[in-house]
Design a protein. Structure first.
Length: 253
């Protein structure tokens, strides 16, 4: 049928346009939410104070920018037939790390958000379909699809931090609404199941932290059904501690 989603993992297909469109949509969603947060906090100059334990908007988006930029650099290496770089994990509780991000000007972070998001979308679109769909081409992926890594680093990671921001700033309803919008966007774009599962997982985390345990359990079950790899995350994620304490994860094991 017109606009049908190609089968992910089927390297025989030459049509990954629908997949690339879904990736572009998810990356654009994350960038739009980041820019919205930056615009809102800029209007409340001086009110958005942060710390390594409770990040302000500018350092948060600066960190997301770096994460997306690293993924774009990986795609550059892949396109050139080179081994992508391995980046060290960021210690989010480090005062020095937080100061480094905080030192960036809001206007620069906003411009970089636009630039790096567009760059990641463009480089994703330019990749051969074999690179997107065949993890065997790149041992550094450890058997994971490149397209899913792009979703993780450009969408899931970014919206996860945004949700954490709203929850930490007493805006649980907004965190839940944003993550629900992310899941609705993934469905609207007909994103592959593993990507929609990531979006659903983020919504479940926000619901759990917002006290909506029954809703969170249902959302999480659906997310794990779409992306079974998330089951291991659910067993240790502090955002889902309330579900574990209530025994609501037992049926998902």
């Amino acid at each position: 049928m017109p606009g049908s989603q190609p089968t992910v993992g089927d390297t025989a297909t030459d049509d990954t346009a629908a997949l690339r469109s879904a990736l572009a949509g998810l990356l654009s969603f994350a960038a739009a939410e980041e820019l919205t947060l930056l615009a809102e906090t800029a209007l409340r100059a001086g009110s958005d104070q942060g710390s390594p334990d409770n990040w302000a908007a500018v350092p948060l988006v600066a960190h997301n920018n770096q994460f997306k930029g690293q993924q774009a650099e990986r795609l550059v290496a892949i396109a050139a037939g080179q081994v992508p770089a391995i980046y060290s994990e960021v210690d989010h509780s480090s005062a020095s790390v937080y100061r480094g991000y905080s030192a960036q000007a809001s206007a620069d972070v906003r411009a970089e958000c636009r630039r790096v998001s567009d760059d990641l979308i463009d480089r994703t679109w330019a990749l051969p379909h074999e690179d997107l769909l065949d993890p065997a081409r790149h041992p550094s992926l450890n058997g994971r699809m490149l397209w899913l890594q792009i979703v993780v680093r450009g969408f899931w990671h970014a919206t996860g931090h945004l949700g954490d921001y709203y929850l930490a700033h007493g805006q649980a309803e907004r965190a839940i609404a944003m993550q629900a919008h992310g899941l609705a966007t993934a469905r609207y774009l007909r994103a592959p199941g593993p990507a929609a599962g990531l979006a659903g997982y983020s919504l479940a985390c926000a619901q759990a932290r917002g006290g909506l345990l029954d809703e969170a359990a249902r959302t999480l079950a659906e997310a794990i059904g779409l992306n079974p790899d998330l089951r291991a995350n659910a067993g240790r994620d502090p955002d889902l501690a309330a579900l574990r304490d209530a025994g609501l994860l037992a049926a998902m094991r």
